[in-house]
Design a protein around this ligand. Structure first.
Ligand code: ATP
Ligand code: MG
Length: 321
């Protein structure tokens, strides 16, 4: 990682970029945070395997993709093979956890006596595949991780980062950022599903998925934009260029696709294709009022940041760090 930070300096020549790096360094997930999540995962797996010897528990999401903050939850995927029905009560009793109200079909719990939260799903293995795809993008260029962390903090600050409230999930936001970086005149990222299909084969054995990214070399981009320029460009793209009503975001193909009349895209405000399964990851945005609020965030933040080139104009930095 120190190597990474050295090369990041090339892209930090202006005040805005400097603020972004400071925020990234203050908020990014620490090794100790990951160690703690991994220890919990291992302990849980031991308990669950007493009942389901064939099962495996995977840490997924931002904890594993390199896109996590210190405050990020730990996403878990339990892979159970064979014909077993998995009772929620069984998990709750066995590992003595406290349940938190969840709006989506996952088990949400926290570690007793701490703030560390978990989201556990069963057999939703696409989450394992896409986590390692995102990890490859995260480490392909030194600018990707700081840019994504700042955009996540921006979206959270403006209350447009909560799928359970009809706005954007972090996963959707990340795909929107990757799409922007893939479609620049001088792309910062390629489509790794196109350049390395063998590493992201949707039929690959799930045990082998975490090793996929090891075979991908960092991408060398001719784009020399600073971090601040990329942040402003991201806001500008969604404020002025992207056509919400005619275009579908495809990270898999590194392009926009026309919005067809198929069930997946019809009457949807925002269309972002899941890279492996092709469904719309932004379907939580189903109210016009929320969609308008999201668009307004992009256009107003673009205007403010373009005027002042200061992160404070779009984010309350003191409250975050
Ligand atoms: P945060 O740091 O805010 O927790 P995150 O990267 O963990 O961000 P989430 O939106 O919490 O993002 O999603 C966690 C993981 O769940 C994603 O990395 C992805 O693997 C998976 N996931 C989330 N939404 C979908 C979806 N609609 N389809 C497939 N996989 C999804
Ligand atoms: Mg998460």
């Amino acid at each position: 990682e120190p190597q990474n930070l050295t090369s990041l300096r090339v892209f930090v020549k202006d005040k805005l970029s400097g603020q972004m790096v400071d925020l990234f360094e203050a908020c990014q997930q620490q090794t100790s945070d990951l160690d703690r999540k991994e220890a919990c995962r291992a302990r849980l797996q031991v308990d669950i395997q007493k009942q389901f010897p064939e099962s495996r528990l995977y840490l997924t999401g931002s904890s594993m993709s390199g896109l996590g903050c210190r405050s990020s939850d730990a996403d878990l995927c339990l892979v159970v093979t064979g014909n077993v029905t998995f009772s929620r009560h069984y998990v709750i009793l066995t590992i003595k956890i406290q349940l938190i109200k969840a709006k989506v079909p996952i088990l949400k719990f926290k570690e007793r006596g701490s703030f560390l939260e978990f989201d556990l799903n069963v057999n939703n293995t696409v989450g394992i595949r896409n986590t390692f795809l995102l990890r490859t993008y995260a480490y392909a260029d030194v600018r990707v991780r700081p840019l994504i962390l700042v955009v996540k903090k921006w979206a959270r600050h403006h209350q447009i980062n909560d799928a359970s409230k009809g706005t954007l999930s972090s996963y959707t936001l990340v795909l929107m950022i990757l799409h922007y970086l893939q479609t620049l005149e001088q792309p910062v990222l390629p489509s790794f599903q196109q350049t390395h299909p063998e590493c992201f084969d949707p039929l690959m054995d799930i045990d082998e998925v975490p090793d996929g990214p090891k075979h991908v070399r960092p991408f060398t981009s001719t784009n020399q934009s600073s971090l601040g320029e990329l942040l402003l460009g991201f806001l500008r793209y969604y404020a002025t260029r992207f056509s919400w009503d005619k275009q579908v975001i495809s990270v898999r193909q590194a392009t926009v696709l026309p919005k067809t009349n198929s069930k997946e895209w019809r009457n949807k405000f925002i269309c972002v294709e899941e890279p492996f399964e092709g469904n719309n990851v932004a379907r939580a945005v189903h109210e016009k009022i929320k969609f308008d609020a999201i668009k307004k965030c992009f256009s107003e933040s673009y205007r403010m940041l373009n005027d002042r080139k200061d992160l404070v104009s779009i984010l309350a930095l003191r409250a975050i760090i």
